[in-house]
Every structure is written in structure tokens, then in C-alpha cells.
Design a binder for this molecule. Structure first.
Ligand code: GLU
Length: 272
């Protein structure tokens, strides 16, 4: 499936990939419903994948609740954590070695770098930028570290993160199925996002690309809020040399009073 055309001709594999950080709201159900409809209409597969890599925001019972919410509105999945499938496991916390292996591969390829910056150091830099009315720094100082510095840090054996090495020049574009146009971002405005955290967990950005590729996802249907992250994902697809899925960003649902996006606290599907 090519990324620059809107036609749907091959087999369709779509997924709903919620994070178990709260209850499913109506926006999530709508996204799941669109994916499910596409899979059923085109005779493809609908996959449920649990994106539980943010352990700090993990809510006990949220996975069961969201599965119950989906079943309640009649959405069934062909592959998922409870039903299994050819790409099991479907819970990201059970796939950590895969992400670690790909993160290290990116470092070897020069598409990512290790950073030993501490959370405190990064916080100081962020605050200094804010005090000067500047946006947070896009790059980490380890991006251009000398090989001896890196060797010394490796020898110390301290924990590190792995960050994407976003090109500083040029731009990254991708076709969006809903907008029916190419959306382009200047690379110089995209940050070197963290891909692998110091605890060995991937961030969303690495895990989503690895899994969408490994699971053969043809169309990534998700909320508009992820548009700004997509250039990072496109850069990862390019680094790995993987074929990109078609991106389908559906508009966010706003709160009834129009003040911002619907959050997990508003408009839960199940109220019990
Ligand atoms: N885990 C993300 C979320 O809950 C999924 C975004 C995506 O579908 O790529 O919003």
C-alpha cells in the first residue's frame, strides 16, 4: 500500500491501539468504529493492540474496561491480547526486547543516538529556554558528542536514553487520507524525540512504528492530535527502509462547551 495515493486496493489491516491510561471516551470509540468498519467493508482484519508503555500513567482495570466498552458497541477484533493471532503478543509491555533491538539498530545506522543527559539537566535547559521565551531545545547535547565522550560514558555503564536523530535540513511530508493532501513539516522544527527510555521501555513513537510495521498495518487510523508526531514516524520508516502505511487522521472531538479536546474524563462510554 503506497503512502501517496488514496485508493484502497489490497488487503486492509487496521488497528485500534489504546493506552490503558483511563476509560474509553466517545472519541476513542469513534476511531475504533471507523477502523472496524474499514476492516469489515474491505474484508480485512481489525487488530486490538494495547499500548501500555507509559507505566506511570497505567490505570489498573483500564484494559478490561475498554474491551468491555468496545464489545458493548458491537466491535469485535480478529487479533488482540485475549484472542491471540500471528503477531502476538498484542500488549506492548510484552514486546520490550523487540523495541530494544530496533532502537539499537537505529543507533548503529546513525539514525538515533544515546544520551546520558539526566532528567535534571534537561529540566534546567528547558527552564532556561522558557526564561528566554524560547521553545524547549530540539536536540540533546549528546547528538554531537565525540566518540571518546561516548566511549567514556559507555564504560561508566550509566543508564541512557536513545533519541531520534532528526535531520536538520529539508522537510518531511506524508499523505493524509482524510485531508486528501500531503502534509509537510520542516525538519528543523521537529525535536529529537526519545525512542527508548532509560528503563528499557520504548516511547509511543518507536513502539507504534515497530508494531504497525511488524503487524502489517496498511492504514493507520487515529486522532488528529497525532499529526504533529507523524514526521517522526515517517523518519523512522525511512531509516528502516519500511513501506509506510496510509495515515488517516480523524478530527478530534471537542468538549460540548467547545473548550478543548474531549479528554478521558469527559464522555466515558461506560458510566458504571
Ligand atoms: N496509544 C495511542 C493513543 O492511545 C494510539 C495512537 C495511534 O493510534 O497511533 O492515543
Amino acid at each position: 500500500m503506497s503512502n501517496d495515493r488514496a485508493d484502497i486496493s489490497g488487503p486492509v489491516r487496521v488497528r485500534f491501539a489504546p493506552s490503558p491510561t483511563g476509560f474509553l471516551h466517545v472519541g476513542g470509540v469513534r476511531t475504533a468504529m471507523f477502523s472496524w468498519l474499514a476492516a469489515r467493508h474491505y474484508g480485512g482484519q481489525f487488530i486490538l493492540r494495547i499500548e501500555d508503555t507509559d507505566q506511570k500513567r497505567y490505570v489498573e482495570g483500564a484494559e478490561d474496561d475498554l474491551k468491555a466498552s468496545l464489545r458493548w458497541v458491537g466491535i469485535t477484533w480478529d487479533e488482540g491480547p485475549d484472542v491471540g493471532g500471528p503477531h502476538a503478543p498484542y500488549r506492548q509491555s510484552e514486546r520490550l526486547p523487540l523495541y530494544q533491538q530496533y532502537a539499537h539498530q537505529l543507533v548503529e545506522m546513525g539514525c538515533a543516538y544515546k544520551s546520558w543527559s539526566s532528567a535534571e539537566e534537561l529540566d534546567v535547559e528547558r527552564k532556561a529556554a522558557a526564561a528566554n521565551h524560547q521553545p524547549p531545545p530540539l536536540h540533546d547535547r549528546w547528538r554531537n558528542a565525540a566518540p571518546e565522550q561516548i566511549a567514556a560514558a559507555e564504560a561508566e555503564g550509566k543508564p541512557y536514553t536513545i533519541r531520534l536523530k532528526m535531520p536538520e535540513e529539508g522537510s518531511t511530508g506524508f499523505y493524509d487520507f482524510v485531508k486528501n493532501q500531503t502534509i509537510t513539516f520542516e525538519n528543523a522544527r521537529v525535536d529529537d524525540t526519545v525512542l527508548l527510555k532509560s528503563d528499557g521501555y520504548p516511547t509511543y513513537h518507536l513502539a507504534v512504528v515497530v508494531d504497525d510495521h511488524e503487524m502489517g498495518i496498511t492504514h493507520v487510523l487515529r486522532a488528529e492530535e497525532w499529526v504533529a508526531s507523524t514526521p517522526k514516524h515517517v523518519q523512522l520508516y525511512k531509516c528502516f527502509g519500511w513501506e509506510m502505511p496510509v495515515f488517516v487522521h480523524v478530527p478530534d472531538i471537542l468538549r460540548p462547551d467547545g473548550r478543548g479536546k474531549l479528554s478521558k474524563r469527559d464522555g466515558d462510554v461506560m458510566t458504571n
